[in-house]
Design a protein around this ligand. Structure first.
Ligand code: FAD
Length: 1005
């Protein structure tokens, strides 16, 4: 049976009015200003800066174990410069009459205990005994419950096991009590209300499998299932109900898949629910598909509909990654979707039980009216609200609907604080129904209005800002791949299969517009399986290098004088070629250098960014700049390309760094002789195809792979080379600088060397760091792409008080990741790039063993070893000090040194103690320590509370100093200038005492 919403609206509003009348004069306890929590909420809603500091402080509080650290953080968070701690925080302490002469210790204790009691408001108990006691009390008051165990951030399989065991423990505790619980109203068959199981738990699936990731849907669903299934079995044994909660979008598809697997495996047990989020734009399709599946499989289901708890997160992530925002962006749109999808579920009440989870009286009233209009039986729907929130709403619901279930989190205060922050944000958000109703006391008509009407009013008069009509649009980074999209997940295996059908061919050089074959070739192989040849690449000798430089020199004069806009156009066409061939280009990276899917996409995306960014930069720099303001004189500064550039590229970012250096030269007017690294020459050949597709004139780009020992010095020494752009090891970079300084016979120009030469990057872990973030951040920065990034974290410096906790979690996390070929998306770490790299890493592992104590040394399985793949062990070593070799020399592989620091000064001193200064990172929630790091942690790219890897063009313009390199930041505003010579032309515009006055002249006013 269906229902007509427009005719229902007056009834919904009338029902809402009745609801309001039934709770008139009541207010949720969180807004009660007679209590500390209410006062803090009030301040937070009035003062945005205080709100941010307060919520951040709540988040860090569980880590502040000493009174010194507690009082330092209170000072740092709340006492800006000369001001005092806000009175609201002192409230309660003054009430105890310790008053004016209050010593800091007492104040601090009061603040801590106030915040802890605020958290307790939303949490039913910290241990299972307390939880069961709390539930008993709720049941006595006539409410049923759904129990949720806090602690959803698991970084290792050990933690996921513990999370599962926590559930089993609380279920055991409930089982002992179960027989004593009388069914709620009308239940004569030991079921609440005559139809609902008394035991009800909610599970957050990602916590049950620490290796959950969107790219690996199948593995993620299987991993979640392995630990949730024992819980479900126990729930079934107790005749209970289990609901699978919905988390952030990246886990949505795996969660639905998990539900289907569980439901299909136990077809006769109907008490399994899942959550859908109305704030997602895809919610209608998802629920429709899910209901269709239920019908087709003939398996009744249960849906809890919520609006969604991660709105800010989803919006920020989408904006950061360049994705379409997946959630509705106007609040009434979420409300409309809630009503629309509720209708769809209620229309299917024969196969779908509905749990309406909202505190919004309009949304609730709409559901009530629709259900009544469609004659949905009571046992087919119920209402759910969060424990500790919206007491008037739950009371009103109980009066009218009877069937009210409270969602009750329980567990330690540590994860409890993260939950508390979510609830505080929800309650203080401007658009929150609860805030509008009980704090702002908004007009009832407005609160009960049809959201469609509200939306129309909000959109009225809003205009979209027009796109700039001239010139290129503002630079934006190419989006990071979104593996929640099924087509993306499918595209990678397909591209790899296509490549396999077409590889191993001979690849010629490309010199002055001609393909050139040589008898000397080098095979490039798959490091996961060295028998698999990706391509057989022709090798340039000195003769070919001479021809390439000759061709480039001939092209120079013409290309130098091409208008910047025209050069930019070629770069943009090249970027388009990469976009059009994204998956094929990724496949080559996955097989030739062992990049994981996301790492490969990141590399191609960065190449696109360089092209797009430098296209805009060459136009910007192409505009002559007037110097000075003197009348009678026109002085202008402008640039020209220096001459032929030799680009010597590394294998670790085989497309991105190659394209970056080559495109910068070409954008600046310098033709290029490009030497890719031997082991990534097939990827390097992609540049030939790219420039051909972009229509670059002959001679401006020359592809010259070759053996360094044969042609490397010759290329650098050549008198007609004006610029050398190099990225690679310090040894070779220094050698290039030395040789380039020597003037060769016939040389007309001093050579410019731009060299990026590596790092020994540190991450500092402060004693208040968020370890959920820090552990995963360090793991990713140290072992992503097998640690083969110049930005990789190779030293982690941990402050003494948090050392043991951090190391325990880090080592467990390192033991949890999967190792194996990069083409399998389940694997976190694959092979290093070739046999020589493997030998090098093994040599350093030996050094690590002799200098420190090995914490982790993970090898791949014997089966994988038998393939001959270049798998280096993931290694973590502790007991390292700044004098050790492993703390000073760049390894370029998966070896991480752990160093202990006494305090922040000591940590920064250790971090700065190498000859390199490339990247660095710090995890801290102390504002003062963030400031100290900004000032004293001296590296080219410093990341605060983020991993040290993953630089993006423009946003994180990249490059270091000291022995990490010479030259300005790649992907930054000064990079192209290095390929250009500035010229200045000054014209005397005065003739016989008459001078035209120009705009900008310093003329009489
Ligand atoms: C029993 C229960 C279980 C829950 N389980 C889950 C769960 O599994 N997964 C989950 O994600 N959440 C869950 N939640 C949390 C829930 O998502 C929030 O409590 C809910 O969104 C608040 O909505 P409301 O209808 O009570 O309030 P309202 O004030 O009407 O709605 C607030 C919501 O609107 C949305 N919103 C806010 N601003 C905008 C905007 N600018 N544009 C569009 N939409 C906006 C957000 O979703 C926000 O939470 C659960 C809640 C309950 C009561």
């Amino acid at each position: 049976m269906t229902t007509d919403m427009s005719s229902l609206d007056p009834r919904i509003i009338a029902r809402g009015r009745e609801f309001f009348a039934s709770i008139s004069g009541e207010s949720p306890s969180v807004f009660n200003k007679g209590w500390w929590t209410g006062k803090v909420m009030d301040w937070s809603m009035k003062n945005e800066d205080f709100k941010i500091q307060m919520f951040r402080f709540v988040d860090v509080l569980p880590y502040l174990n000493t009174s010194e650290s507690l009082s330092r953080h209170i000072e740092e968070y709340f006492a800006a410069d000369d001001s005092n701690i806000p009175d609201v925080l002192k409230w309660g302490a003054t009430k105890t009459k310790i008053g004016g002469g209050l010593v800091a210790k007492v104040l601090n204790k009061t603040i801590r205990s106030n915040i802890e009691s605020m958290a307790r408001q939303f949490i039913i108990g910290q241990v299972s005994k307390e939880a069961v006691k709390g539930i008993k009390k709720l049941r006595k008051d006539g409410f049923s419950f759904v129990l949720d165990l806090l602690g959803e951030a698991t970084v290792s399989e050990v933690e996921s096991d513990a999370y599962r065991d926590g559930y089993l423990e609380v279920l055991e505790a409930m089982q002992k009590e179960l027989s004593k619980w009388k069914p709620l109203e009308g239940g004569n068959n030991d079921l609440d209300w005559g139809h609902a199981p008394k035991v009800n738990v909610a599970v957050k699936p990602s916590a049950f499998y620490s290796q959950s990731k969107a790219v690996d849907l199948d593995g993620t669903a299987a991993g979640m299932m392995s630990r949730i299934e024992p819980i479900y079995k126990k729930v079934m044994e107790m005749g209970g109900f289990m609901c699978i909660d919905m988390e952030s979008l990246k886990y949505k598809d795996a969660t639905i898949e998990l539900y289907k697997r569980l439901r299909t495996k136990y077809p006769d047990y109907p008490h399994l629910g899942i959550v859908f989020q109305a704030y997602l734009k895809c919610v209608d399709d998802d629920v429709r598909d899910f209901l269709a599946w239920s019908r087709e499989a003939n398996l009744p289901v249960s849906i809890r509909l919520v609006k969604g708890a991660y709105w800010d997160y989803e919006t920020v992530m989408a904006k950061q990654n360049g994705w379409e925002v997946p959630v509705w962006t106007h609040k009434p749109e979420s409300d409309m979707a809630f009503e629309r999808v509720s209708k769809m579920i209620l229309e299917n009440s024969d196969i779908c039980h509905y749990a309406c989870a909202s505190h919004n009286i309009r949304s609730i009233s709409a559901v009530m009216e629709m259900a009544s209009d469609m004659n949905v039986p009571d046992e087919r729907y119920e209402f759910q609200v969060l424990y500790g929130m919206a007491e008037p709403v739950r009371k009103g619901l109980k009066n009218v609907a009877k069937r009210v279930r409270l969602y009750c989190p329980y567990g330690d205060l540590l994860p409890g604080m993260a939950y508390l922050v979510r609830r505080l944000l929800e309650n203080t958000a401007n658009e929150s129904f609860l805030k509008m109703t009980f704090a702002d006391e908004a007009d009832m008509d407005r609160l009960l209005e049809n959201p469609e009407v509200t939306l129309r009013a909000q959109l009225e008069g809003k205009t979209v800002p027009p796109e700039p009509s001239e010139g290129l649009a503002r630079f934006q980074n190419y989006p990071i791949v979104d593996f929640t999209i099924e087509d993306e997940r499918k595209a990678y295996p397909a591209a790899i299969a296509k490549l396999r059908g077409n590889m191993g061919k001979k690849i010629p050089l490309y010199i002055n517009g001609q393909e050139v074959e040589t008898s000397d070739t080098l095979d490039s192989y798959n490091p996961a399986n060295p028998d698999e040849i990706i391509g057989s690449v022709c090798q340039a000798g000195v003769g070919e290098v001479d021809r390439a430089i000759e061709g480039a020199s001939e092209a120079y004069l013409k290309w130098r004088d091409v208008a910047p806009e025209e050069r930019a156009e070629v770069l943009l066409k090249a970027a388009q070629y990469l976009k059009d061939n994204m998956h094929d280009l990724c496949a080559v990276q996955i097989l030739e250098v062992g990049k994981q899917w996301d790492q490969a996409q990141g590399d191609v995306a960065e190449a696109i960014d360089f092209l797009e960014y430098y296209a805009r930069e060459t136009i910007r720099l192409g505009e002559p700049r007037r110097m000075g303001h003197a009348p009678g004189e026109m002085s202008q500064l402008f640039y020209q390309g220096k001459g032929v550039a030799a680009v010597i590229a590394p294998w670790n970012f085989p497309l991105a760094i190659s394209v970056g250096m080559v495109a910068a030269a070409i954008a600046s007017g310098c033709p290029v002789v490009y030497k890719p690294a031997g082991i990534s020459s097939v990827i390097g050949n992609g540049l030939t195809d790219m420039w051909k597709a972009a229509g670059l004139p002959e001679g401006v780009f020359n592809y010259c792979p070759g053996r360094g020992s044969v042609m490397g010095d010759h290329l650098v020494d050549h008198p007609d080379v004006s610029v050398i752009a190099f990225t690679g090891s310090m040894e070779i970079g220094l050698r290039i600088q030395e040789r380039a300084a020597k003037v060769q016979p016939g040389q007309q120009q001093c050579k410019k060397v731009i060299a990026e030469m590596g790092g020994k990057n540190a991450t500092i872990i402060d004693d208040d760091a968020d370890l959920d973030e820090a552990v995963l951040g360090v793991l990713y920065a140290a072992f992503g792409f097998q640690g083969q990034k110049c930005s990789a974290c190779s030293r982690v410096i941990v402050l003494d008080p948090i050392y043991d906790r951090f190391i325990e979690r880090l080592t467990e996390a390192a033991h949890s990741v999967k190792l194996g070929p990069a083409e399998n998306p389940a694997n976190y770490m694959g092979p290093v790039v070739d046999k020589a790299a493997l030998e090098n890493v093994l040599r350093y592992v030996k050094i690590a063993e002799s200098e420190g104590k090995i914490l982790v040394k993970r090898e791949v399985s014997d089966d994988l070893k038998a393939t001959g793949g270049c798998y280096a062990p993931l290694t973590i070593v502790e007991g390292i000090t700044k004098d050790h070799r492993i703390a000073q020399e760049e390894v370029f592989g998966p070896v991480l040194s752990v160093m202990r620091a006494k305090n922040m000064d000591d940590a920064i001193d250790i971090a700065n103690s190498t000859q390199f200064a490339l990247t660095g990172a710090i995890y801290t929630r102390s504002p003062a320590n963030l400031e100290q790091a900004r000032k004293d942690f001296r590296v080219g790219n410093l990341y605060l509370n983020k991993p040290s890897v993953g630089a993006l063009v423009e946003r994180h313009a990249f490059g270091g100093f000291k022995m990490s390199g010479v030259g300005s930041k790649a992907g930054g505003p000064d990079y192209l200038l290095q390929f250009m010579d500035p010229r200045l032309v000054c014209e005397n515009t005065m003739r016989r005492g008459f001078a035209p006055i120009e705009e900008g002249d310093d003329w009489l006013s």
